[in-house]
Design a protein around this ligand. Structure first.
Ligand SMILES: [Ca+2]
Ligand SMILES: [Ca+2]
Length: 433
């Protein structure tokens, strides 16, 4: 079960030959560790690391669970050099020196637990890789990043002539990460490989909660009540939000609030600000609210943003004044806008609708018809244009109908003493923006 062999110190001192000077024939691929070939191994007990949920954790400060190396010990912050510990040079790739990282020699492995402190979730490994300049254009290796059982990254064959590569590997769902360098299939001569600035990106354990559905009036700013639960109490930092929607988000709504600064509190409630566009024609926009820390997603929750139509409520008088043929009367109709606050208001227009005799009554708005968001008075001018009305029109009742956008409300209005008998008549009030 234990494939890691712990070499006696005395054997490590037996430098049989300098790396790269051994004939390849003696370096057949193998799984057993052979101290006489310069191999080196180290194991430690599985234990929690010091990985914290605040973003970037340098592996330079982490204790490996397992470390094996093909030529002397793995070197920290220097190239592999020869078999003695600490005999390497500054880590150098493509003429550039790097202060932090590991200088290793194929075949090599560094293994780390991803169990972070304070419920940290370690979600990504990043590093730069290459064959160290100390072997010139020689060496031939492959860098691999493994999770628990699967290989998550493979650099392909790299030599001393290869350009430095950036590695960024998603580790979600893994409990450990293994940094492997193989000999590239041609033996380990000159295989001096560098992991430069190896880091684990660890984020806090955060959950989000929003209502099943939130409705906001079109063309207004509204609030999305968000509850953030931070299970990593040591975490103090910024959480940023974005919406992933099946629709073109920017066309329909915009998340105006983009972040929260968490200060270690277990739970925070925040009113995220959302602007709902005018073109929001769908009833509900399903999607996800996604929270990120250090560029990494940390939580998401279903988000259903819906629209509400603004309404202009017209408070018609209980009775209309007498209508005299050829004379006009003006009625004042108070208008309130629902909701108030940040709505944009309405522009109202009217037209008569008297069924079979539409030209017997004129109706028009006095002035622009603009009703601001705080409400106002709509003045409607009514003029009866005919002295004689159809015989069957004997009922002294009319309706003023308000239309805003598609259809809204009907306001029946009793007409009082009307010298000119009206048929059941409508005046249509049309609202726009
Ligand atoms: Ca060394
Ligand atoms: Ca090789």
């Amino acid at each position: 079960m234990n494939r890691w062999w712990r070499p006696p110190l005395m054997l490590l001192t037996l430098a049989l030959a300098a790396c790269g000077q051994m004939p390849d024939s003696s370096l057949e691929a193998e799984s057993n560790v052979r101290p006489e070939e310069g191999n080196w191994a180290f194991t430690s007990q599985m234990k929690p690391q010091t990985l914290m949920p605040d973003g970037i954790n340098s592996l330079a400060y982490e204790r490996a669970l397992v470390a094996t190396n093909g030529w002397g010990p793995i070197e920290t912050d220097r190239s592999n050099g020869q078999q003695a510990g600490g005999d390497g040079k500054p880590l150098t790739l493509g003429g550039v020196q790097y202060p932090k990282g590991y200088g290793v020699h194929a075949p090599s492995e560094l293994s780390y637990s991803l169990a972070g402190a304070d419920r940290a979730r370690c979600v990504r490994f990043r590093a730069q890789i290459g064959v160290d300049d100390e072997v010139g254009t020689q060496g031939s290796v492959a860098f691999q990043v493994w999770g628990d059982t699967a290989k998550l990254y493979d650099s392909g064959l790299m030599t001393g002539e290869s350009a430095t590569q950036q590695v960024s590997v998603d580790l979600r769902g893994q409990s450990r990460v293994r940094l492997v360098v193989t000999d590239g299939g041609n033996g380990k001569s000159f295989d001096h490989a560098d992991w430069i600035n190896p880091v684990l990106v660890c984020v806090p354990d955060i959950t989000l909660s929003v209502p099943d559905e939130t409705r906001i009036y079109q063309d207004t700013h509204g609030t999305l009540p968000l509850t953030i639960t931070n299970n990593s109490k040591s975490f103090r930092g910024d959480v940023t939000y974005a919406v992933q929607s099946y629709y073109g988000t920017a066309e329909y709504f915009q998340l105006v609030s983009t972040g929260t600064r968490l200060t270690g509190a277990a739970q925070q409630v925040q009113a995220l600000r959302v602007y709902m566009g005018l073109h929001a024609t769908e009833d509900v926009f399903p999607g996800d609210l996604v929270a990120s820390v250090a560029g990494e997603e940390v939580a998401r929750t279903p988000l259903n943003l819906g629209t509400l139509e603004q309404q202009a409520v017209l408070h018609f008088p209980a009775t209309l004044p007498d209508l005299q043929v050829g004379k006009s009367v003006v009625i004042d109709v108070p208008v309130s806008v629902v909701p108030g606050g940040e709505t944009t208001g309405f522009n109202l227009a009217v037209r008569p609708n008297i069924g079979q005799a539409p030209d017997w009554l004129d109706a028009s708005v006095v002035g622009s018809g603009d009703i601001p968001r705080e409400g106002g008075i709509l003045q409607i001018k009514l003029t009866a244009t005919r002295a004689a009305w159809p015989d069957e029109a004997t009922e002294a009742e009319a309706q003023l109908r308000v239309y805003e956008q598609n259809f809204a409300h009907t306001y029946p209005v009793q007409i009082g003493s009307v010298p000119v008998r009206l048929t059941p008549a409508d005046i249509w009030v049309r609202a726009g923006k």
